[in-house]
Design a protein around this ligand. Structure first.
Ligand code: AMP
Ligand code: GLY
Length: 427
């Protein structure tokens, strides 16, 4: 079988690596991929932009690709699945309508309210004056979110009125996020611990994936600006069997049922970003219509059953027959970013020592912003690598991951040194 993965991040490297392990799969193509996918056995990069649907379809037809898996949100929100489906080409992901759950925070907030899915109280604004009036009377900290896609940068937690006013002016008047910030949401700040809960759906059935937790803040101790994610681990010890059942019953099932009722049955990876309060109350912070990055890396490190079969069952509507098996070990991934991330970063630094690290079942170096030039691996983006390791305990996985991190670090690297800190002691 031939499979196409769309995207070029750490998530897509992990997707391609895991698909390539399936005996069903002969070749995995990645459009456009990175230096990691370039070097992966059974995997080939294809220089096509994820938003150039016509070129992608042409490639799929010529190469007789059996199915496509979409990594990032941008092509999903732009309707890649509809485009492929209209041409009878199997493509795993939600339709444009269902992808609104991630594409519009105003849509997802209203959806949650319609279906009684627990979330923070929020108001929507498109006028600066009305937003400012609201800021004069609300309690702080408060959370301000741009409606549309903003590459993980569209959420600001304002500690006081001055910061909040600056943020709404930035979004609504200065158009910091362009059209994505035409509408904003101002919502109550929630206390607690975050969990990433991801399920794979076939439009009717779903399979919960192993639990995970991400670290969205840039700096140690969850300080600093929000990023796409600085590291993740799986499983999340916070999610007890009881909490797991509660999440399915109060979030996942009503979401899937609500989408079906509204005429948008969900196929693909559904990601609920949850806040769990100290009293174990669950609230949805956001939905993503795709697998998480960097959550995919530790989750897929632990998947012991055939991932290609899982994707095929999701495409065929037979996920009820799929049994997901998980390695009982913990997996922990540390993101190595370029200095300056999540703002402008320097590209073109050499990652010098990757060739010296022997392949191993215990760890894997997933690439994100990298490219190959004259045989050298160069940095090519904000998040560059995600070093992921397996261990019998979370502590063990953390120790192993950081041992490799120290070996692959280059001049100009930036990473958190405390990935996993919240859960250590819980496992
Ligand atoms: P989102 O893209 O909506 O998940 O927001 C990005 C990050 O901002 C989340 O992962 C949380 O860390 C934080 N965040 C979002 N909404 C809230 C909230 N209502 N209360 C506290 N933190 C939040
Ligand atoms: N790790 C957060 C995300 O994928 O959005």
């Amino acid at each position: 079988m031939k499979v196409l993965v769309i995207g070029n991040g750490g998530r897509e490297h992990a997707l391609a690596w895991k698909l390539a392990q399936s005996p069903l799969v002969k070749t995995v193509y990645v459009a456009p991929g990175n230096a990691g996918t370039y070097r992966e056995p059974k995997v080939e990069n294809v220089p096509i932009d994820p938003l150039h649907f016509e070129e992608l379809v042409e490639f799929v037809k010529v190469q007789q690709i059996n199915f496509t898996v979409v990594g990032p949100e941008a092509p999903l929100v732009a309707g890649i699945v509809d485009y492929f489906t209209q041409r009878n080409l199997p493509c795993l992901g939600p339709t444009k309508d269902a992808a609104q759950l991630e594409g519009s925070k105003v849509f997802s907030k209203a959806f949650m309210e319609r279906h009684n899915i627990p979330t923070a109280r929020a108001r929507v604004f498109n006028s600066l004056e009305a937003a400012q009036q609201y800021l004069a009377e609300c309690a702080y900290p408060i959370v301000i979110k741009a409606d549309g896609l903003a590459a993980g940068k569209g959420v600001v937690i304002a500690k006081d009125k001055t910061e909040a006013e600056g943020t709404v002016v930035d979004m609504l008047s200065h158009k910091r996020f362009g059209l994505a910030g035409d509408q904003i949401i101002i919502e109550d700040f929630l206390e607690g611990e975050e969990v990433s809960f991801i399920v794979l759906c076939d439009g009717e059935h779903y399979v919960p994936l192993a639990t995970s937790q991400d670290h969205k803040a840039r700096d140690d101790g969850d300080k600093g600006p929000n990023t796409g994610g600085m590291g993740a681990y799986s499983p999340a010890p916070l999610v007890s069997p009881h909490l797991h059942d509660e999440i399915l019953a109060t979030v996942i099932e009503p979401t899937l049922k609500g989408l079906s009722q509204e005429g948008y049955p969900f196929k693909g990876f559904l990601y609920a970003g949850l806040m769990i309060s100290p009293k174990e109350e669950i609230k949805v912070l956001e939905y993503n219509c795709r697998f998480g990055d960097p959550e995919t890396q530790p989750i897929l490190m632990r998947l012991a059953s055939d991932f290609a079969q899982m994707c095929l069952d999701a495409l065929n509507g037979t996920l009820n027959t799929y049994v997901a098996e998980w390695d009982p070990n913990y997996a922990l991934g540390v993101v190595l970013a370029a200095a300056g991330y999540p703002d402008e970063v320097k590209k073109g630094d050499v990652c010098p020592t990757l060739n010296d690290i022997a392949p191993s079942k215990v760890y894997k170096i997933f690439h994100a912003g990298t490219k190959i030039e004259e045989g050298r691996i160069l940095t090519n983006g904000g998040r560059v690598l995600c070093v992921t390791a397996l261990g019998e305990t979370l502590q063990d996985a953390q120790t192993k991951a950081y041992r490799i991190v120290k070996k692959v670090a280059w001049d100009g690297v930036f990473y958190r040194s405390d990935i996993g800190y919240k859960a250590l002691g819980k496992n």
